[in-house]
Ligand binder design. Structure first.
Ligand code: FA5
Ligand code: MG
Length: 418
């Protein structure tokens, strides 16, 4: 089973991926372009920048967190299939039916029951159920999302989870033997879940933030500017995002928090408490190596790849950005379909990606208005075309742009104002 995966096939009645066939239904929305990326596993390709950053993070966790017998505390998993059940991706994480994150417009479904994972958190419950207390999990994830230099429909995440028993969490604390992870009849507050004691949560939060701050300090040195932002995830509480300063702006690199106890209970680890994080590997690699555009991770250009051919993963990489080629700007305006529920902005982004591929650097909604007497809505998008490896000609961009105009009408039911 180690040979190359069979090519993905989108058939009339079924979709085949990684050697399995999934019956199509009204939820099926994966595209050939996306399926062609499944199984590439950039994070396992020796000397790819995503592999390099994975190896550096592994090395840090292996040396900084050692178990009682000198063994690494965290186990590393980087080979779990990106095809997961909708139950794994959402239900197992307490994401309720009908939650906006389940929208067809935001995810790649094989069918109603199966999808390409939208985050590595989809595996939290199964790995905790299998008895692991501390693990890292790396994988490719898939989302229908906006298009710009830091968003791509396929990217890579690393999930980290660490669980603590009562003894493990409080052993370093004075009079720790008198403290408890849990409290009966507690209340949920902005600081904590109902079943957790405040002292447990404060220690978990401190340990989580310390672990992640040590990680980014190890990767980037002391100079990186970092800040914590409160946020919300259905599977952690309290929850935080870490942002780092990149090219003059704050860029979100990870989400994290104290795991919902209900999730741990369902995984058979209800006597422990823990934290989890999920970080975007591309975002970290962009900051670390100064990679200006997320599309470059898919480049086969040796001028890009050979820069990461180091003998030792800790050897500094001096990335020379390939010179930027000139961009070509275009606009497209159209009337939305009468029934606006038939159209989402992500449908348009997806269509642009599927036709323009990696020629498209950025798509943005620049204007929209409603015509007063008919109530119809019109939108105008700007599309920036730029190849990462060569100069585009007006002619080739015109062909692509015209094809986008045509397909928008036939596939999205909009009416062009071209
Ligand atoms: C999540 O995916 C949560 N599963 C993270 C998490 C794990 C929270 C465990 C709590 C506990 P989010 O959607 O914010 O969260 O994505 C996490 C990170 O993935 C982001 O911070 C960012 O670094 C990266 N990311 C998200 N969307 C994209 C994208 N389209 N392209 C590249 N990177 C992305
Ligand atoms: Mg986020």
């Amino acid at each position: 089973t180690d040979g190359p995966a069979p090519p993905p096939v989108i058939g009339q009645d079924s979709v085949a991926v990684l050697g399995h066939s999934y019956p199509r239904d009204d939820f099926t929305n994966v595209t050939p372009r996306i399926l062609a990326k499944v199984g590439l596993n950039l994070h396992n390709q020796s000397h790819h920048p995503l592999w390099l950053i994975k190896e550096r993070i592994k090395a840090h966790f292996y040396s900084a967190y050692v178990g009682r017998w000198g063994n690494p505390l965290f186990s590393v998993h980087d080979n779990l299939s990106p095809v997961v059940t909708v139950e794994q991706n959402f239900d197992s994480l307490l994401i309720p039916p009908g939650h906006p994150s389940r929208k067809k417009g935001d995810n790649y479904y094989l069918n109603r029951k199966t999808m390409l994972r939208a985050h590595t958190s989809a595996h939290q419950r199964e790995l905790v159920s299998s008895g692991l207390d501390a693990f890292l999990l790396v994988g490719d994830v898939y989302r229908r999302d906006e298009i710009d230099a830091s968003h791509y429909p396929v990217f890579h995440q690393m999930e980290g989870v660490r669980l603590f028993s009562n003894h493990e969490l409080f052993s370093e604390v004075q009079h720790g033997q008198d403290l408890s992870l849990f409290e009966a009849a507690g209340r949920r507050t902005p600081q904590k879940q109902e079943t957790h004691s405040l002292e447990a949560v404060k220690l978990l939060e401190f340990n989580l933030k310390l672990t992640l701050t040590r990680l980014v300090t190890q990767l980037f040195g002391e100079d990186l500017e970092v800040r914590w932002v409160d946020c919300y995830f259905p599977f952690t509480h309290p929850s935080f995002e870490m942002e780092v300063r990149f090219q003059g702006d704050w860029m979100e690199v990870l989400g994290c928090g104290v795991m919902e106890q209900e999730l741990l209970i369902s995984a058979g680890a209800g006597h422990k408490a823990g934290w989890a994080f999920g970080l975007g590997l591309e975002r970290l690699a962009m900051v670390l190596f100064g990679i200006p555009d997320i599309r470059l991770f898919w480049s086969q250009d040796q001028r890009f790849l050979k820069q990461f051919q180091v003998d030792d993963v800790q050897q500094p990489v001096c990335f020379q950005p390939l010179s930027k080629f000139p961009p070509l700007h275009n606009h497209i305006s159209f009337w939305l379909p009468e029934d606006e529920d038939d159209f989402t902005e992500n449908d348009f982004y997806e269509l642009v990606r599927s036709i323009g591929g990696d020629l498209v650097e950025k798509v943005s909604l620049v204007d929209q208005f409603t015509q007063p007497n008919t109530g119809r809505r019109s939108q105008c998008y700007s599309i920036i075309y730029r190849h990462t490896e060569r100069t585009l000609t007006q002619q080739e961009v015109r062909l692509v742009h015209q094809e986008i105009e045509r397909s928008a009408e036939t596939e999205l039911g909009v009416q062009g104002r071209y």
